[in-house]
Design a protein around this ligand. Sequence first.
Ligand code: AMP
Ligand code: GLY
Length: 427
Amino acid sequence: MKVLVIGGGGREHALAWKLAQSPRVTKLYAAPGNAGIAQVAECRPVGAEDLPGLHALAQEVKPDLTVVGPDNPLAMGVVDLFQKHGLRIFGPSASAARFESSKIFAKQFMARHGIPTARFGQFSDSRSAEAFARSFGGPCVVKADGLALGKGVLVCQTPTEAAQAIRLMMEQKAFGAAGERVVIEEFMTGDEISIHALVDGRSFRAFPSSQDHKRVGDGDTGPNTGGMGTISPVPQATAELLQTVERQILEPFVRGCQADGIEYRGLIYPGLMLTPDGPRVLEFNARFGDPETQVLMMRMESDLLEAVEAVVDGRLADTALRFRSEAAVCVVMASGGYPGDYPKGKVIRGLDDAAKLDGVQVFHAGTKRQDGAIVTSGGRVLGVTALGRDLKAARERAYEAVARIQFDGAHCRKDIGWRAFRFMENK
Ligand code: AMP
Ligand code: GLY
């Protein structure tokens, strides 16, 4: 089978790496891919958001299946386009991808179907937004409705801060059209976890829990990033808690889609907060997480192609997912300056040395091949990922591998998994 992967980051490397292990995959393509993906796939220089280019590529290479990594092409309708031309593709339609591309859509859906989430209001004028924010009397969260590169969420400590955030979005249009409408919600506290689930319109199959580290600095300090590292499993996510998540969130999600006539096929990944009152949905993502996918693919024992095809063909109910009991830790190595401006083209050394370590896989995020060397080409450069008998062993191995890799300006967090380790120590 010929498979095309859309995207060129660490998530797509992990997906391509796992797909390449399927005995039924005879040829892999990636658009645009990166230097790591090129080890398992033929990379074509077509951007993930170039829909006409992707369609032309599909007409040329005739993939039997296409797997979409990032959110933007989904929101732009790549699935609708491919399906219109009779091409099999994994991912939700643009309309179903609104769970991620419109926070108002997601919040209204949750309210309609009793899915636990923060109390909220939605606004298209700033005065009523400010009045609602004041009604909390203390902290609240202001969210741009649309996609804003992960930056459209502002946690505000006071009503004054909230009013500034609202004006920034609605009057100064700091996030463009994404901020024309806003959601204001109750501030919640607790550990955050990611739950990934495949959905075929009727059934779902959940992946093990994982946890991202979004801030750039140790101890969750500094600005937000795309994600600086992940662990799986998350010790706070007990079997009992996961049952609650399935019962209160995933089951009502699937039933709600059916009731509303939304055909959801693909991956749904709610970001959850484990509040004192139980798990609450922070947001829905309509695709695999990055770098969550790196740890999930390391732990996945089942054939990813079989699972993805079961979603596309609507036979997930007959498909089981199997995972290794080992834990996985992913440490992202980023370019100097990231998440601000950063240089590109820095030569990366030590990749082979790192890969020699048992249970280690170095997923490429922002890399390319240049004059025979592998060089940096993005903010997040590598996702150095390791399996271990437990989180501690996996963390040790991941950092051992990180120590073998060098490029100018490289930085990473030194504390991936710290909340999990703190939780286990206090248990
Ligand atoms: P989102 O993109 O909606 O997941 O928000 C990004 C981040 O903002 C989350 O990972 C949380 O850390 C924080 N956040 C979002 N909503 C809330 C909330 N209601 N209460 C507290 N923190 C929140
Ligand atoms: N890891 C965060 C995200 O993929 O949205």
